[in-house]
Write a protein that binds this ligand. Structure first.
Ligand code: SF4
Length: 72
């Protein structure tokens, strides 16, 4: 089932208290994620378009501290 079929706008959010700034998410999806000057993640684009879903899923799964999650 696609993100759209599940209903609602899919977004990704970060818990900055968990982020340790390794940048694995940025490597997976530079369009959505960037590690800022303070070494914590900045979400560049929270809305996940269907065409970006696989790379954002990869980013969420690659985060070693589980700082990223999908929300609706
Ligand atoms: S992969 Fe996780 S810990 Fe690393 S920068 Fe991204 S959110 Fe932070």
């Amino acid at each position: 089932m696609s993100a759209e079929a599940a209903g609602g706008t899919l977004k990704v959010e970060v818990d900055r208290t968990r982020c340790i700034g390794l940048g694995l998410c940025e490597a997976a999806s530079p369009k959505h994620f960037e590690v800022g000057e303070d070494g914590k993640l900045i979400i560049l684009q929270s809305v996940v378009d269907s065409g970006d879903l696989s790379e954002v899923e990869e980013a969420v799964e690659s985060c070693p501290t589980n700082a990223l999650r999908f929300v609706r």
